[in-house]
Design a protein around this ligand. Structure first.
Ligand SMILES: Nc1nc2c(ncn2[C@@H]2O[C@H](COP(=O)(O)OP(=O)(O)OP(=O)(O)O)[C@@H](O)[C@H]2O)c(=O)[nH]1
Ligand SMILES: [Mg+2]
Length: 221
């Protein structure tokens, strides 16, 4: 174990794997890029295989590390995905609120998750692109589907950054993490904490994580 795997007291960090799933172009990579780097370039960069990045959060009185697995929505990579679902404690299934078909296909993704992990996983359904006015899926429809599948529901815009930090903080708040961090007092809002932050808006980003653990651009598979 290297120093980066320890908290301020030298204890091992609590680590959680999050897998991002959903149809092609729903905005999985854009959501992750907004969270990690606070950027959005508006270009198409379809993920090839699976990408990985991690981020350490000082949250309330805990320090946890989120390991984010960003999967490709393209059909040709489908066979890779079950093993990443199997390994994860959180599955974030993303659809595009301006695309009815991405919403219709959500059930298939959710069934894949439940099939692999049953109820041993935190399921989060995310409606992305709420900056687009011509919606094809309403918030009520999203909420209803999430309720049916016992999932948390969030609507976000990676483009504008709307609700992105709330989404990740909400996920982090449901994960157990035994470590007590001295870096953030219990009353301090981590979203306003820019100590050591590599990104604006910041929950503390361990930039070393991002550099060290990110594989070659083509992904890991
Ligand atoms: N308007 C708008 N466009 C977005 C938003 N998020 C992503 N996009 C655009 O949607 C397209 C696809 O975004 P990606 O993040 O590459 O989607 P993805 O789900 O990672 O796609 P795959 O890797 O192919 O599965 C890009 O052109 C993005 O710029 C958003 O919140 N609003
Ligand atoms: Mg992608």
């Amino acid at each position: 174990m290297n120093e980066g795997d320890k908290n301020t007291f030298g204890s091992p960090l609590a680590k959680y794997k999050l897998v991002f799933l959903g149809d092609q172009s729903t905005g999985k990579t854009s959501i992750i890029n907004r969270f990690i780097y606070d950027t959005f370039d508006g270009k198409d960069h379809p993920t090839v295989g699976v990408d990985f990045i991690s981020k350490t959060l000082n949250f309330e009185n805990r320090t946890i590390r989120l390991q984010l697995w960003d999967t490709a929505g393209q059909e040709r990579f489908r066979s890779l995905i079950p093993s990443y679902i199997r390994d994860s404690s959180v599955a974030v299934v993303v659809f595009d609120v301006s695309s009815k078909s991405s919403f219709s296909n959500l059930t298939k993704w959710v069934n894949d998750v439940r099939g692999e992990r049953g109820s041993e996983v935190l399921l989060v359904i995310v409606g992305n692109k709420i900056d687009i006015e011509e919606r094809e899926v309403t918030k009520a429809e999203g909420e209803q589907l999430a309720k049916e599948h016992d999932a948390i529901y969030y609507e976000v815009s990676a483009k504008l950054g709307t609700n992105i930090n709330n989404l990740f903080m909400s996920i982090a708040s449901t994960l157990p993490g035994a470590e007590i961090s001295q870096m953030v007092s219990p009353n301090q809002n981590p979203l306003n904490d820019n100590n050591n932050a590599g990104n604006k808006g910041g929950v503390v980003l361990n930039t070393a994580d991002a550099n060290k653990e990110k594989p070659a651009k083509s992904g890991c598979c």
